[in-house]
Design a protein around this ligand. Structure first.
Ligand SMILES: Nc1ncnc2c1ncn2[C@@H]1O[C@H](COP(=O)(O)OP(=O)(O)OP(=O)(O)O)[C@@H](O)[C@H]1O
Ligand SMILES: [Mg+2]
Length: 323
């Protein structure tokens, strides 16, 4: 196992555990997705792996070696795209990516080649020679991604790489994440983009208040919801949405947001529910409806709950829209 974390606990101050007995493993060629609400402890975990933050207890091994005892080794072996990115004042994306690759040990030729590859792959060419202070937030974020990906070492970790990035380039970025895995790098990916992340990861770890609450492949995590589907209805108006929400044969309470109703139903009742929805549409009470498999985002929200993320119910709607 290339990266092994065992019983990792971090307390910044007495009592509060930012990481609480976390164990996980990532092998060469694997992409691990790390999910969790704001403040769940994701960034804290990455910072300990690269030797920036010292664990309170537990162990980390990178190819058998200890980043706490040897932080210089950790920084050499692991590349990190930090969540808070350093400003690129006075330098262009091309210079920043190439320089970082050189610092991380790439030959001049390889640094140039990787820089060209990544600029092309993420369609950054229009801004490749623009100084940092004139770049948009998304292009800065993509540049930071390329800086970590250019010469990744054996372990590369990305802390929310797709924030501020447009949908087309997010897709291109996920492709590059997959390519890093295919090239034999161990990848740890922190993201709030649960549904999209599924395209790039083999396994997921979900953190809730510093603890691992779920660990498995996307299919395994969804497996717990295999006997469920989600019904999504757009009602003619808001009062109708609330009335319809009460009528559905649901396995859990419906979430109503404006005219939109999202509700988990048992797979066995899907035919009857679809017939019911069609009747509602014929009667003019419903504009549109759909029944889809439970998404990873639904699984995430069920596991982590909504108390940690005020906008979680809103995301239920987005999940269905994307599906
Ligand atoms: N340097 C620090 N000193 C004290 N507490 C900290 C420090 N850094 C983080 N924390 C606390 O540790 C907890 C975990 O923070 P962390 O940044 O790891 O969360 P996260 O999962 O990365 O959240 P986000 O999704 O918002 O980036 C939070 O309660 C945070 O307030
Ligand atoms: Mg963070």
């Amino acid at each position: 196992m290339l990266l092994e974390i065992d019983g990792l606990t971090k307390m910044y101050k007495k009592g509060a555990r930012a990481n609480d007995d976390i164990s996980l493993e990532v092998d060469a060629g694997q992409v691990l997705g790390l999910l969790g609400h704001n403040g769940a402890g994701k960034t804290t975990l990455l910072n300990q792996v690269v030797g920036l933050v010292k664990p309170t207890s537990g162990t980390i091994r990178i190819d058998g070696r200890d980043p706490v005892a040897d932080p210089a080794m950790a920084r050499r072996v692991c590349a990190l795209q930090p969540q808070a990115q350093a400003p690129l004042t006075g330098i262009t994306p091309r210079q920043a990516i190439e320089t970082m690759a050189r610092i991380r040990g790439a030959s001049r030729q390889r640094a140039r080649q990787r820089t060209d590859e990544l600029i092309e792959a993420l369609e950054l060419a229009p801004w490749a020679s623009t100084v940092g202070e004139k770049l948009s937030g998304g292009v800065q974020r993509l540049t930071a991604f390329c800086m970590a990906a250019a010469e990744p070492g054996r372990v590369v970790m990305f802390d929310e790489p797709t924030n501020d990035v447009d949908p087309v380039r997010r897709r291109l970025l996920w492709e590059q994440v997959r390519a890093l895995g295919a090239a034999g790098v161990a990848v740890v990916l922190v993201t709030h983009n649960v549904i999209e992340a599924e395209r790039a990861v083999q396994r997921l770890v979900i953190l809730d208040q510093g603890r691992v609450v779920a660990h498995g492949t996307p299919a395994e995590l969804r497996g717990q919801d295999a006997d469920r589907l989600r019904l999504e209805v757009v009602a003619a108006d808001e009062p109708t949405a609330h009335r319809l929400a009460g009528d559905v044969d649901a396995v859990e309470p419906a979430v109503v947001a404006g005219r939109r109703v999202a509700v988990p139903i048992a797979t066995g009742t899907a035919t009857a529910t679809l017939a019911w929805a069609q009747e509602q549409r014929d009667a003019g009470r419903v504009d549109e409806f759909s029944v889809t498999p439970v998404s990873l985002e639904d699984v995430y929200i069920r596991l982590v709950g909504t108390e940690n993320g005020a906008d979680a119910t809103e995301e239920v709607g987005h999940a269905a829209l994307a599906a």
